[in-house]
Design a protein. Structure first.
Length: 292
């Protein structure tokens, strides 16, 4: 598989996103306010560069509104996922959220001109099976069908809609302008929502503030500039499925920083997951020789 610029950007984005669950597990701030500061601090960090470099270009009203809608969709995804992971097991929340490639595939088939290739569906089935092996089959026995369950599923649906809409917008709007508009709408939307629900905007520890800034810079700004660039040049279905690989990286980081165990089953599941992603990047008829 040739490493083109969009694919390199996607890999960088996945690496940056992978630390996010580790930071959320620290529970240093409430889930909703954490989502707000992730967007707001990212906007504050991005604006000076956009202003000085004069890279912001005002798109047509239609695409400006769609970019703003992307901000609301993505921030809603982050908010409900934060709540889901804090009110249930991180494993359950991650598994349900990562159903997004299925929703993206269905949505692309119904609404986009670029239809998912057969390899996408094969790769999705293989990758989701790998995800199940990675997190453990027992998660289905222990799964609670409560508010956290619904929020985790909703997170995947919101994210899939975001990917499809942003794919359309990024065909007409450059990445920096798109990010500026979407982060602005995200910050305003989440700010109003947090204020309405009496979420605490202050009173966090020094470590809590540091984690919020880290989320904004690494998990939002660096990650989604990279992913948005990849989305601009690649199929939305490939991007969504590739993002599943963050589960493998997150498991390694959790083992290193949080002393969570990695067993042979998790290694095997990670290999299956990555193999499924590899299938989607091959356009010709699948054969054993294709992967070597």
């Amino acid at each position: 598989m040739k490493l083109t610029k969009p694919r390199i950007a996607l890999i960088c984005g996945i690496l940056c996103i992978s630390i996010f669950p580790i930071l959320v597990k620290l529970r240093l701030t409430p889930g909703l306010i954490s989502a707000f500061y992730r967007m707001f601090f990212a906007l504050i960090l991005l604006l000076p560069y956009v202003i000085v470099s004069k890279n912001f270009r005002i798109p047509s009203l239609k695409f400006a509104l769609l970019a703003a809608l992307c901000g609301i969709l993505f921030s809603s995804d982050v908010a409900v996922w934060n709540i889901a992971i804090q009110e249930s097991s991180a494993t359950q929340a991650s598994l349900l959220t990562n159903l997004s490639p299925v929703w993206v595939g269905i949505g692309s088939f119904l609404f986009l001109k670029s239809k998912p290739a057969p390899n996408f569906w094969i790769g999705t089935i293989v990758s989701l099976f790998g995800m199940v092996v990675l997190v453990g089959f027992e998660i289905f026995v222990e799964m609670n069908f409560n508010q956290a369950f619904l929020f985790a599923v909703l997170s995947g649906v919101l994210y899939s809609i975001y990917l499809m809409v942003s794919k359309n917008v990024l065909s007409k709007v450059d990445v920096l302008s798109f990010m500026t508009i979407s982060l602005t709408s995200s910050s305003i939307y989440l700010g109003i929502l947090c204020y309405s629900l009496n979420e605490p905007f202050t009173g966090f520890s020094d470590m809590g503030w540091f984690v919020l800034i880290l989320q904004a810079f690494i998990c939002q700004l660096c990650a989604w500039l990279s992913v948005s660039y990849a989305t601009q040049h690649m199929r939305a279905t490939r991007v969504s499925l590739s993002l599943l690989s963050q589960a493998v990286i997150t498991s390694i980081l959790a083992w290193f920083f949080l002393e969570e165990k990695i067993n042979l089953q998790m290694v095997f599941g990670g290999i299956i997951l990555l193999f499924g992603i590899r299938i989607t990047f091959y356009d010709k008829t699948i054969s054993l020789k294709s992967f070597f």
